[in-house]
Design a protein around this ligand. Structure first.
Ligand SMILES: [Zn+2]
Length: 276
């Protein structure tokens, strides 16, 4: 599933190609998850921004400030791309869920094999129809994401640290891959339900670092993810923990463990991620 680094990689590619383009026409696959796509027709893209794993595209009409927002969540297998091919050439492609034709002759396409993605058009900033987005915690690189915030939010509940990270409510944008990487780097057991001040500080830094390195590497491609140019990421060559159960820890050589933690496959080092 695309996490913050994959969505940010796509955002950076789309911002120049979409900003100031008018949306002339649109189509959506007949499903309530995608049927909002044509509501953007007639508007002009004002910017391409991101919150957590959501792409947010503010829309303006005429020369007025933006009043609407096109929101895209890629789900498990969603792909956004800008193509110079005509709509006639695109229609009928397998797994095509939406397209928007743009004033410069290009077309923004959304393909999604497994259909866990989501498209919405809302009044700017009105995220009530998207509860996960409305309840997102701070961006990992924001001032609000402090070690104390992380420690307090983990220690005030009874959930395991990995589950807290995946909830999106304490910090935005971390999914299964980067959670395992950050916990390994910080030396924190993914099953722990409590963080010391020192562990919270290490984990806060590790979350920021693994996500920003993921962006620098163009995201992680294990199965499906490609960027808006159709290219895979490179971060899969730099993973220390995720998907490495049974192989030696890059830090201490101990065999990494793998287990399902709260329904998510999880890897960790039983030696350097001991509960403490
Ligand atoms: Zn180790």
């Amino acid at each position: 599933m695309p996490e913050l680094p994959e969505v940010e990689t796509i955002r950076r590619q789309l911002v120049d190609r979409l900003t100031d383009r008018q949306i002339l026409d649109a189509w959506s696959f007949p499903s309530p998850k995608f049927s909002a796509a044509p509501a953007a027709v007639g508007a002009t893209v004002a910017d391409v921004t991101r919150r957590g794993k959501y792409l947010l595209v503010p829309l303006r009409r005429d020369d007025a400030p933006p009043t609407q927002e096109l929101i895209v969540h890629l789900g498990m297998t969603g792909r956004l791309a800008v193509t110079d091919r005509s709509v006639d050439r695109i229609e009928g492609e397998p797994h095509l869920r939406a397209w928007w034709s743009l004033g410069d002759g290009s077309v923004l396409t959304f393909h999604d094999v497994r259909r866990f993605g989501r498209i919405a058009v809302v009044d700017l900033g009105d995220h009530r129809s998207l509860p996960t987005l409305a309840a997102l915690g701070p961006e990992p690189d924001s001032e609000e994401f402090t070690a104390e915030h992380l420690r307090r939010r983990v220690n005030s509940g009874s959930r395991r640290i990995k589950t807290v990270l995946l909830s999106q409510r304490v910090v935005a944008g971390v999914g299964n891959i980067y959670a395992d990487e950050a916990l390994w780097r910080a030396g924190v057991d993914p099953r722990a339900r409590h963080l010391s001040r020192a562990a919270a500080a290490r984990l806060r830094d590790a979350i920021r670092d693994v996500l920003s390195e993921g962006v620098d590497n163009g995201g992680t491609t294990l199965r499906d993810y490609v960027d808006a140019d159709g290219s895979p990421g490179r971060n899969q060559h730099h993973l220390d923990c995720y998907g490495r159960a049974g192989r030696p820890c890059h830090r201490c050589g101990t065999e990494l463990r793998g287990a399902v933690v709260d329904a998510r496959s999880t890897s960790w080092c039983p030696d350097c991620q001991r509960r403490r």
